[in-house]
Design a protein around this ligand. Sequence first.
Ligand SMILES: Cc1cc2nc3c(=O)[nH]c(=O)nc-3n(C[C@H](O)[C@H](O)[C@H](O)COP(=O)(O)OP(=O)(O)OC[C@H]3O[C@@H](n4cnc5c(N)ncnc54)[C@H](O)[C@@H]3O)c2cc1C
Length: 423
Amino acid sequence: MKIAVIGAGWAGLAAAVELAAQGHQLTVLEASPHLGGRARGFEHKDLLLDNGQHILLGAYRQTLRLMKLIGLKEADILLRLPLTLETPGHLKLNTPALPAPLHLLAGLISAQGLSLYERLATLGFFAKLRVRNFKLVQDQTVAELLSKQPARTVKLLWEPLCIAALNTPASIASAQVFLNVLRDSFSHNRADSDMLLPRHDLSALFPQAAARYVTEHGGNILSGTTAKSLHLQHNGVVIDGEHFDKVVCAVAPHQLAALLQEIPEAATALHMVSKFSYQPIATVYLQYPSTFTLPSPMLGLNGGDAQWVFDRGTLCGQHGLIAASISTVGEYQKQSHDQVAIAVHQQLQALISNLPALQWHQVIVEKRATFACVAGLQRPANLTAHPHLFLAGDYTAGDYPATLEGAVRSGNNCARLLCKSSA
Ligand SMILES: Cc1cc2nc3c(=O)[nH]c(=O)nc-3n(C[C@H](O)[C@H](O)[C@H](O)COP(=O)(O)OP(=O)(O)OC[C@H]3O[C@@H](n4cnc5c(N)ncnc54)[C@H](O)[C@@H]3O)c2cc1C
């Protein structure tokens, strides 16, 4: 079939790779000159930075599978570390090399910074979730789910985990989606909870190799090309005057209306998406002298807006460069980029004595980094009411919040449904 994919984020590229592998004729249209959408690299001061520091999990099975399919070797592109949650002076949780869920059990028992009562309460809570197979009868907020947990465990462990996983505050976040992530990370294999930290910029991690794969399989990748008009017909789709047999629309949820407004078969999806709200993420790059390193590649931060810092020297060979992540909403949104950078530098100063002087900084705020993954959220399906129009993206219905794995799974699922529909 002749298939168009609109949008070369991770969802669109995942769909394109799967469809190219099946021998279909692909055209990928991407509005931006760069591939990767919300997870892409860009050049700054002769360095390749990312629009946002990302972290992947061992449980990202579909992402890891596709990376392998397109010829990437995990060890070349990702640093795999056993799950460690460390906020110096507050919490340290390491997971030893034991089968799941014993690794978590041992990690919780030996966690530093939690009292015996708090550790036992966490273990009991986790055991209950396992018995229920991490399923709720009805969705509720993460705060409601945690209402009987000790306040310190909520603050030190659960809330940071919820924000890291869903980029949504526990007070409104979906407990069921949070439990899906816990289930996939902690209940099967020990390696599922590993943290996978990128060793290259995000474009090199998947988008560029995916585009190469599609091209090698006879497809076209048209970057800097915005799809402007889309008309559905009984035998296919016309995009800007060109006929295709099927289309996968893989744009971000807030970009959907611009393309599908006039299409009655997309009305249900557009209605659901119109109810979405969005959460920001800021990434603060701080350049120190090249000899500076963090005590570990990733550390938790406390007492300020930033939650995590990453050592890009250890990870990507960008010596002395630190990337800090600020997830969800916060006071930082009212400040200038200079003020935000200085505040994160000061947060780091509180953690690291003799922190050297800052050489330069760069702050990137993605205002719509992710959809707010709120309790009870209705998300559109990959299938629409028209047999030739499919939707892919991190926002479509699925187990995951807005993540790379959510985007890739959605792209894979679209490709599978599309092939099935024409069989
Ligand atoms: C700062 C930040 C940090 C994050 N951290 C993490 C993390 O640590 N771990 C994790 O798993 N996830 C993280 N995420 C989430 C993850 O990046 C997203 O869930 C994922 O990239 C979404 O991919 P997508 O393909 O669904 O959408 P997008 O990446 O938004 O792709 C949509 C694409 O469609 C294109 N497009 C739109 N309209 C048109 C048109 N008319 N014609 C042609 N092209 C069009 C856009 O330009 C874009 O490239 C983070 C996101 C951000 C922003």
